[in-house]
Design a protein around this ligand. Structure first.
Ligand SMILES: Cc1cc2nc3c(=O)[nH]c(=O)nc-3n(C[C@H](O)[C@H](O)[C@H](O)COP(=O)(O)OP(=O)(O)OC[C@H]3O[C@@H](n4cnc5c(N)ncnc54)[C@H](O)[C@@H]3O)c2cc1C
Length: 401
C-alpha cells in the first residue's frame, strides 16, 4: 500500500523527470529531426551520466540491480513523461527492446549471462535486440517459424531469417527465437530463446529496413538479418529449452503497459502542439484557428480520448501489479488496440491543424506519424487483440470461439 508520504515523493520524482526532460532533452530535438539519431548520440550519452547521478536511470528495474524499483503503475507514469520526446526513453535507459531484454535476463539469465550481459545493459554500456518475426511467416502466429537451432557437441548451430529486429544496428547481442524442440506436442513448447553476439560469424546483417520512407539508424532502426550456420555455445540458452514462448509472454504484459503509456506521452505532446498552433495561427487578424468549431471538436475529442486512455492503461497496470499479467489479459488487449488508435487520431489531428508545417520535419509530428504507425501492428496487431477480447467476453455468454 502506498502511503501519502511515498505518494508525495513519487509525485516529486515525476516533476523532477518532467523538468529534466524539458530542460535537457527538448533542446536536442531539432538536430535529431534534421540530422538523425547519430547526430545527438554524444549529447545523449552525456545526459545519461546526469540521469544516473540523479538516481533516475533504468527506472523500470528493481533496486537490487540499480533501478528505481517502480511498479508497473508507477513506471507507466514515468514512461508517459519520457515519451513527450522521442529521445526520453533512451536517455533514461528504458527503451524497447532493451527494457524487455533486461527483465528477461534478470529473471531467467544464468550468473554468467547476468554478469556479462545484464550488468553492462543496465549500466547503459551496451544495447541489445530481440529477433522473433520472420518475413516468410505470419508474425501473428509466431509458433510457425523456420529458424532452427540444432545441437552439435556443446554448441547450437542456428539457421534462419528474421526481420524487424528493432535496434540490431549497433547492438552487442541478439536474443533469437529458434526451434530447438521440433517434436514437442504443444507448438508453444518448440522454440527457445538463445543469445547470439551480434557480431558472431554467420549472423548476417542484410539491411536496415526503410519504414515509411526512412531507414533510421542505431537504436532507431529495424533490421533484416540472417543466421547462416551461426554457432554459439549451448550455455547461451536463456531459461529452459522449449520455453521461449512462455518467457516471451511474460515480458509482453508489462511491455504493453510501457508502450501504451509511451503513446499517451506522444499524444500529450501532440495535443500541446495542436493547441499552441490553434491559439497562435491567425486566419485573419484576431481570428485564431481555435475559433473554428472543427478545430474545437478535435481539441475536445482528443482531450477526452487521451484521458480515457490513461485511465484504462493505469487500471491495466494496477491489475498486473496486483494479480499478474495472465489475470489482466483482457485489459492488456483492450489498451493495446484502443490506445494505438487514439494515438493515430491525435497525431493526425495535430498534423492537420498545422497545415503544411505538420508534414515537415520542423515539428515532431511527421516523425511520430511515420514511426508510430507500427503501433497498430507490433506486439500483436489490433485485430488479434480485438479477437482476444471478444472471445473472452463471448465465453461469458456460453459461446466458445
Ligand atoms: C515498428 C515495428 C517494430 C518491430 N520490432 C520487432 C522486434 O524487435 N522483434 C521482432 O521479432 N519483431 C518485431 N516486429 C514485428 C512484429 O512483431 C510483427 O510485425 C507482428 O507480430 C505482426 O506480424 P506480421 O507483420 O507478420 O503480420 P501478419 O501476421 O502477416 O498479419 C498481417 C495482418 O493480418 C491481420 N491479422 C493477423 N492475424 C489476425 C487474426 N487472428 N484475426 C484478424 N486479423 C488478423 C492484421 O491486420 C495484421 O496486421 C516489429 C514490427 C514493427 C512494425
Amino acid at each position: 500500500m502506498t502511503t501519502t508520504v511515498e505518494k508525495k515523493s513519487f509525485e516529486a520524482t515525476l516533476s523532477e523527470i518532467a523538468a529534466f526532460v524539458e530542460k535537457h532533452i527538448y533542446p536536442l530535438e531539432h538536430t535529431f529531426l534534421q540530422d538523425g539519431f547519430g547526430a545527438v548520440l554524444p549529447q545523449l550519452k552525456e545526459l545519461r551520466k546526469k540521469v544516473k547521478a540523479k538516481g533516475l536511470f533504468v527506472p523500470q528495474m528493481s533496486k537490487d540491480v540499480g533501478g528505481m524499483g517502480l511498479s508497473n503503475y508507477e513506471h507507466g507514469q514515468v514512461s508517459e513523461i519520457l515519451a513527450r520526446t522521442p529521445l526520453g526513453h533512451y536517455a533514461f535507459n528504458c527503451q524497447a527492446p532493451d527494457a524487455g531484454n533486461m527483465e528477461v535476463l534478470h529473471q531467467y539469465g544464468t550468473d554468467l549471462q547476468q554478469e556479462h550481459l545484464l550488468k553492462p545493459l543496465i549500466a547503459g554500456d551496451i544495447r541489445s535486440c530481440f529477433a522473433m518475426t520472420e518475413p516468410e511467416h505470419a508474425g501473428s502466429n509466431p509458433t510457425i517459424m523456420s529458424t532452427v537451432a540444432t545441437k552439435d557437441g556443446d554448441d547450437y548451430i542456428i539457421n534462419g531469417h528474421k526481420w524487424f529486429t528493432t535496434a540490431f544496428d549497433g547492438s552487442s547481442f541478439t536474443i533469437v527465437m529458434a526451434v530447438t524442440n521440433p517434436d514437442a506436442e504443444v507448438p508453444h513448447e518448440r522454440a527457445s530463446m538463445i543469445i547470439v553476439p551480434s557480431d558472431a560469424e554467420g549472423l548476417v546483417h542484410v539491411r536496415r529496413i526503410k519504414i515509411v520512407g526512412e531507414e533510421g539508424e542505431d537504436h532507431h532502426s529495424h533490421s533484416e538479418i540472417k543466421f547462416v550456420n551461426c554457432r554459439v555455445p549451448q550455455r547461451n540458452l536463456l531459461g529452459v529449452e522449449g520455453k521461449g514462448f512462455a518467457i516471451a509472454q511474460q515480458r509482453l504484459g508489462p511491455g504493453r503497459i510501457h508502450h501504451c503509456m509511451r503513446w499517451i506521452g506522444i499524444c500529450e505532446r501532440s495535443f500541446d502542439l495542436m493547441c499552441e498552433r490553434a491559439a497562435t495561427r491567425e486566419l485573419s487578424p484576431g481570428v485564431p484557428l481555435a475559433s473554428r468549431q472543427t478545430i474545437q471538436n478535435w481539441i475536445a475529442e482528443s482531450r477526452a480520448e487521451i484521458n480515457a486512455s490513461r485511465l484504462m492503461v493505469l487500471e491495466a497496470a494496477k491489475k498486473i501489479d496486483e494479480e499478474g499479467s495472465k489475470a489482466a489479459r483482457q485489459e492488456i488487449s483492450l489498451i493495446k488496440f484502443y490506445v494505438a488508435d487514439v494515438l493515430m487520431r491525435v497525431v493526425d489531428r495535430s498534423m492537420q491543424t498545422h497545415g503544411a508545417l505538420g508534414i515537415t520535419e520542423d515539428t515532431l509530428l511527421s516523425f511520430w506519424y511515420r514511426h508510430e504507425r507500427g503501433a497498430r501492428i507490433y506486439d500483436g496487431a489490433d485485430e488479434v487483440h480485438k479477437s482476444v477480447v471478444a472471445r473472452q467476453i463471448m465465453k461469458g455468454y456460453g459461446v466458445k470461439i
